[in-house]
Structure formats: structure tokens, C-alpha cells
Design a protein around this ligand. Structure first.
Ligand SMILES: [Ca+2]
Length: 416
């Protein structure tokens, strides 16, 4: 997230935006499995976090306490710390293969997918417990106001725009091909890959098996803990299936602290369902093939309702939108475009541009996009189903608007 030399100010700045980001995600309207793209995407660099002694010591203390607690509650768990692991690698040995829930998971994989029990047990015995994953997946503390303009400034900025121009020039053919084949504009694909990883720069260096196993079996104590553990167990299943299908070393898969992989930060389940081999080399490789990433992002959006040639967002203004009506609209829509322009007007919101108002298609369905700006007034947009298909990638409206704005900024800069 920060490419400049590490200084106190840059750290504080990054910490500030990290808080904003997590706050934004925690308060997003929609909730689905793609949440975990999310946190990853912003490439919260644990490596950099560890550069502060304080954080490092705190994490270490928590990690040791956690392992001790586990040893007490799980009689079969032996605490063994691997002192020989290279410093840059994340996690501690926690003897996962001896955990009852992990043993049950192994049995499930043997029964359902025909895995060799000894082989799977051997792999799980080498998986590390990553306390950083547990700490970073926790929801942000409440109390900080969401601020769209501050969030946007993190992503729509010169370094990312320049990297986007280079990316677009380098992969112009693949972007054109994806646009023609899937109907997703190149600038939206460029926006997503830029927001996710700054065009492959921040793809994460956690071993995916470590991160996902840790979160599947020791997710932090939050109101959604059970659902999230179920989600990560499913992702662990998908990780093994992807590894087997691809014939790769189980520990060669690297990703974010939540297990999102490669240039577009797909979770393993999303790779298996939505990724495509777009460079035609016979394999899907989102870690090393930007062209596969381009096709996969486009296919993901299409599979989540993207419609060719449809608009995405329109600027809006409020006339007499009350907080009650705003909440009602947001609740009713969930994360879909469900209102006509007339219905929105009746609730006190309309298109900003009077010219657009005069010939706007009355049957087009829209959803309300509310972007909070700290203590300043909210910014409002109306989004079509294409906007909401981006929120399937990451449920945050801030995220989806940043994708749109970054892609637009890169396109403008490319044309200069
Ligand atoms: Ca490929």
C-alpha cells in the first residue's frame, strides 16, 4: 500500500487509511463470500506492520498466548515453535494435523474427494498458524467516520494511475479481447486490478494454505465467527482441489493474509468457479499471468450480472431525502438495482444533470449509492446492475466507486 521509503509519517498515513478501509468494509451494506477479496485487496502489508517494534511484540505475545491456550483446550496439540523458518515467512508450527476439527476435515476430504489420508495429514502437519491473519481479519474498532474522499484518494493517485497506464499499454491486446468477448470495458478491468494489487505489485506473500487453515479453524471471536469459519473451510476445500487440479506444490500458492491470490486477488473458490485461462497456455495462473487475470476479472463480472453496453453510475442529488427514507431504500435494495427513477424521485433523490433527467429511460432499474464523507455531506450516485456486479467482487460501495474512478483516470491519462 505504500511504495515510498518507510518513515514514521508514511506509517501513520498508511495506518490511518488502513483504519478507514477496514471501517468501510465493516460497515458495507452487503455481505457475501467475496468479503475476503476485500481486505486483501487493499494489501494491508503485514510485512510493513511488522516493521514497528511495538506491533511486532504485541503480535508475538498474542500469538504465544493463543498457542498456549490452544494447547490447554486441545489435549492432542503439541506446541512446537519452528525456530528455523526464514524470518520473512509468516506463522508458527501448531501441529494442525492433530487438531480434532482438522482431522474431521481430512476425513471429509478423503470421503468426498478421494484424497489419500496420509498424504493430506502430512501436508496439514506442515501448515503454519498465522496470527497476523487472525489479527488483520478482525473488524475495525467503531467510532471512526467513513470518508469517501479520503478513501478515494488512496486509490486514485498518481503512482497507481501511472502504473495503470503502463499496464494498459502492455496488455492492450488482452484488454481489448476481454472487452470484445465479455462486454466489460477495459477501464473497469484496469480499475479492479489496480485497486486490488497496484497491477501485481502487492499480491501478498502469505502461504495460502497457512492463512486459510488458520482462519478456518481459529477465526477470531466475532458475531459472524461460525459463518466465516464455514466459509474458510469451504475455501480450504477449494484450495486443495485447485492444487490437485493444477498439479502444483501445495505451498507454492501465495496470497494475502486471508488467502486471496494473484493479480486480481481471487479466493480459491472464485478461481475454481470464475477464473479462465485467457493466455491459452492450458492452465489458470493468476499469480504469474496478467492476461489470465484480465480474462478472469471480466468473466467474474459477467457471471455476476455485468451487461454489455449498459451504463454504470449516474451522479445524483437529494431533494427531500430523509434519513429514514435513505435507510429504507438501502435496506430494500440489498445490493441490487431495483428502483425506477420515478420511485427514487418520490423518495427525494434524482439525477443531478437536468439534461439526463429529461430523456432518462423510465424502466431502467437503479440502486442508491450513498458515500459518506466524514462530517461533510454525503455524496450520492445512482447505480445500474453493472455497478452492483462490481460490489460482488467487494461489497463496499467505496470500493466499487474507486474501481470506476481509477479506471477512468487511467483511461484519461493513457489518452494524453
Ligand atoms: Ca493461462
Amino acid at each position: 500500500m505504500c511504495r515510498t521509503p518507510w518513515t514514521g509519517w508514511t506509517f501513520l498515513t498508511c495506518l490511518f487509511f488502513l483504519c478507514l478501509l477496514l471501517s468501510s468494509n465493516a460497515q458495507s451494506h452487503n455481505h457475501d463470500h467475496q468479503t475476503d477479496h476485500v481486505v486483501d485487496a487493499k494489501t494491508v502489508s503485514s510485512k510493513k506492520l511488522q516493521k514497528t517494534t511495538k506491533t511486532k511484540v504485541q503480535a508475538k505475545v498474542k500469538e504465544k498466548a493463543k498457542i498456549k491456550a490452544k494447547a490447554k483446550t486441545k489435549p492432542n496439540t503439541k506446541k512446537v515453535v519452528d525456530h528455523h523458518k526464514p524470518k520473512e515467512e509468516h506463522g508458527e508450527f501448531a501441529n494442525f494435523a492433530q487438531w480434532k476439527e482438522v482431522a474431521d476435515f481430512i476425513d471429509f476430504m478423503v470421503t468426498k474427494h478421494g484424497y489419500d489420508k496420509a498424504e493430506l495429514t502430512s501436508i496439514m502437519s506442515k501448515v503454519r498458524y498465522v496470527d497476523t491473519s487472525v489479527q488483520l481479519i478482525k473488524p475495525a474498532a467503531l467510532g471512526r467516520l467513513k470518508n469517501w474522499q479520503a478513501y478515494r484518494a488512496r486509490f486514485v493517485e498518481p503512482i497507481r494511475i501511472d502504473a495503470g497506464v503502463n499496464f494498459w499499454n502492455t496488455y492492450a491486446d488482452a484488454l481489448s479481447r476481454a472487452e470484445a468477448q465479455y462486454g466489460v470495458p477495459a477501464e473497469i478491468i484496469v480499475g479492479i486490478i489496480g485497486v486490488e494489487t497496484v497491477y501485481g505489485r502487492n499480491t501478498g506473500n502469505f502461504r495460502v494454505l497457512d492463512a486459510i487453515t488458520t482462519l478456518a479453524f481459529d477465526y477470531p471471536d466475532t458475531p459472524t465467527r461460525l459463518a466465516r469459519m464455514t466459509f474458510f473451510k469451504k475455501e480450504l476445500e477449494n484450495t486443495f482441489l485447485f492444487i490437485r487440479d493444477s498439479g502444483i506444490d501445495p505451498f507454492s500458492l501465495k496470497g494475502s493474509y486471508a488467502g486471496a491470490i494473484g493479480w486480481p486477488q481471487f479466493m480459491p473458490g472464485s478461481i475454481r468457479r470464475f477464473a479462465v485461462d485467457f493466455d491459452g497456455d492450458g492452465k489458470i495462473d493468476l499469480q504469474n499471468s496478467p492476461v489470465d487475470a484480465i480474462g478472469s476479472v471480466a468473466n467474474f463480472l459477467v457471471q455476476h450480472g455485468w451487461k454489455r453496453d449498459e451504463s454504470i453510475v449516474f451522479p445524483a442529488i437529494t431533494t427531500n431525502l430523509t434519513p429514514e427514507n435513505e435507510l429504507k431504500l438501502l435496506t430494500m435494495q440489498g445490493a441490487k438495482a431495483v428502483f425506477t427513477i420515478n420511485e427514487l424521485q418520490e423518495n427525494g433523490i434524482q439525477l443531478r444533470d437536468s439534461q439526463a433527467r429529461s430523456d432518462f429511460p423510465t424502466a431502467m432499474l437503479l440502486g442508491l449509492i450513498d458515500l459518506q464523507n466524514g462530517l461533510d455531506p454525503n455524496e450520492y450516485w445512482l447505480g445500474t446492475s453493472n455497478f452492483f456486479s462490481i460490489t460482488q467482487y467487494n461489497r463496499s460501495y467505496f470500493y466499487a466507486m474507486s474501481v470506476i474512478d481509477l479506471g477512468h483516470a487511467v483511461r484519461i491519462a493513457s489518452q494524453r
